[in-house]
Structures are given as C-alpha cells and as structure tokens.
Design a protein. Structure first.
Length: 193
C-alpha cells in the first residue's frame, strides 16, 4: 500500500484529511508517527509555511508528504489574521483566537472573509506540487455551533445561514476550502497511479 504522511499535529485537521487519503488507497501517517524536530512556521504566506512543514517532515521520511497551511482572511482587518490565524491571540488557542476576532470585528460593518488553504505534496523524488482552495463567507457576531475547530463557530459560508460549526460535519467537509484543495490533490494522486 502507498504511504503518505500529513505534516501536522492538529488532530482536527488530520481527521478531516485522513479519510480522503485512505479512501484513495493510502496508508496515512502524521507527524506524531515520526521524530520530527519542532517546526517554526516563519513564512509570511500560506505557501511558505506549507513548504516549511513539508520539507521538515521530508527530511525524516522517504514517504510522500502532504502539508497544508490555512488562514482566515478578513477583509475589514486588511486580510488578518491570515497567515497568523492559528496564533492570532497571545495564547494561540481556538477560544482566544475567536475572542480576539470578535473584539476586532465589533465595530465593523464589512464582515466578508475567506478561508484559504494551500496544500503542498512532496513525492518520493522530492518534487513539490501545490494545490489551493478557498471558501468565502462572513464573520458572525457571536460564537455558534459545536462542530469543527478553529474559526468554524464564527464563519458563515456564502449561501448558508449557519456557521461552519453549526452545519453537519458532512456539509462542512463537502464545501470546505481544505476539501477543495484536497480534491485537486486526489485527482493528482489518481493520475500518478
């Protein structure tokens, strides 16, 4: 069976990606399965951070590697939190990040935002491939919903009236920015055989 390693320690992200890769015939691992030194995401773009993670993991395995970086770009905040989405607040946990976003959006009328994902694949020959996805929506005025992680309780996708965290997980999975990029990855992997 073909093997692939997800360059992440975020269990929510891993559980969102794993089933798709497994269904495509891959034995799926994560960074927790390897002795990877801590990786500092020092990039200033999603692509740079995805490459940093992918290359760090590729240094310790011969398997194919998948890394992603995602961010929430809020128009009224000049694209913030953006590349710093996971560490927007001082403590960098979901609750603190969401509270900071609510505070910073309190006086904003323009609530348009986009989730963006960049996925990098490094194959066994060290060739790098890039895939992107995005989901447009709006920032809610309150936290709502129990599903998902990150900013899901604040993000209402265009065409919906509920936050990602309020939608059934199957709906979120189908429309998510990560799923859009992952669909491109799966097409690429199938074409490679």
């Amino acid at each position: 069976m073909k093997k692939i390693v997800i360059a992440s320690e975020n269990q929510g992200k891993i559980e969102e990606i794993r089933p798709h890769l497994a269904h495509a015939g891959f034995e799926v691992y994560s960074m927790a399965d390897f002795d990877v030194p801590p990786v500092d995401e020092t990039g200033t773009t999603l692509l740079e951070n995805a490459l940093i993670k992918a290359r760090a993991l590729k240094n310790v395995t011969n398997f194919m590697v998948l890394a992603d970086d995602s961010g929430l770009m809020v128009e009224a905040l000049g694209g913030k939190p953006g590349v710093y989405s996971s560490r927007y607040a001082k403590h960098g946990d979901d609750d603190a990040n969401n509270q900071k976003l609510l505070t910073n959006m309190a006086d904003k009328n323009n609530r348009f935002a986009q989730f963006k994902t960049v996925i990098v694949i490094i194959d066994q020959d060290d060739k790098e491939y890039v895939f992107e996805g995005e989901l447009s929506g709006y920032i809610h005025t309150v936290l709502e919903g129990e599903h998902g992680f990150g900013y899901d309780p604040l993000f209402i996708p265009v065409g919906y009236h509920k936050t990602l965290a309020s939608l059934p997980p199957s709906v979120k999975t189908r429309i998510s920015h990560r799923k859009q990029a992952l669909d491109q990855v799966l097409v690429f992997l199938r074409q490679r055989g």
